[in-house]
Design a protein around this ligand. Structure first.
Ligand code: SF4
Ligand code: SF4
Length: 191
């Protein structure tokens, strides 16, 4: 992945937010059970155990240069198995919130992907890959579209994705769930 130099460690708002995440992880004994339990660890560029260590060491730049926490799918396996009973899924979500709110350009790509994914699920009740990726490319820019073109063409050839841009009915069954989450976060749900 592309790594950009970050200056987040110098940001006081980030320092406060990271202090809260550190408090969640203070009792980590680096046993690695979280990494071994995580179904998405192989897609992360650093393991959860390593990321917690870096958070505790105050290495925000390294943590946010990684996209590992964006790969968390909130399955709660790590939280259930951590021998110290630490709120690891909440810590992952806290890192996503901090990254999303930072507005730092180096973090924009992951945030745009996450929003495109969630928006598609909210509108369709499931992910429609082509529609989601078009929205993502609109936010992330043409270079990102070019980067994904070979993979997209391979998947199209093998019938793994369908071109169904804007077609089909919208499924609003999940809308109440998203509205409820937005209420809990003190935000307005987007139309
Ligand atoms: S399972 Fe818990 S104690 Fe073990 S490394 Fe992960 S966070 Fe730390
Ligand atoms: S909650 Fe996230 S980090 Fe924890 S095991 Fe599941 S995917 Fe991995």
């Amino acid at each position: 992945m592309t790594r950009s130099p970050l200056t987040l460690a110098a940001d006081p708002a980030l320092a406060d937010a990271m202090r809260e995440v550190r408090a969640m992880l203070a009792a980590c004994m680096q046993c690695g059970t979280c990494s071994a339990s995580c179904p998405n660890a192989q897609s992360m560029d650093m393991t959860p155990r390593r990321m917690w260590r870096l958070v505790l060491l105050g290495r925000a730049d390294t943590v946010f240069s990684s996209g590992a926490f964006w790969m968390c799918s909130n399955c709660y396996a790590c939280t259930l198995r951590c021998p110290r009973g630490l709120p690891l899924t909440s810590a992952m979500n806290a890192l996503k919130r901090i990254a999303g709110a930072s507005g730092h350009p180096a973090l924009a790509r992951h945030g745009a992907f996450y929003r495109a994914f969630l928006d598609n699920v909210r509108r369709r009740g499931r992910v429609r890959e082509t529609e989601m990726m078009m929205r993502y490319f609109g936010a992330a820019g043409p270079r990102e579209a070019l980067r994904f073109t070979p993979l997209g063409l391979r998947m199209l050839r093998r019938g793994k994705v369908r071109l169904e841009l804007g077609a089909g009915r919208w499924d609003t069954a999940l809308a109440p769930l998203f509205e409820s989450a937005a209420r809990l976060e003190g935000k307005e749900a987007r139309p």
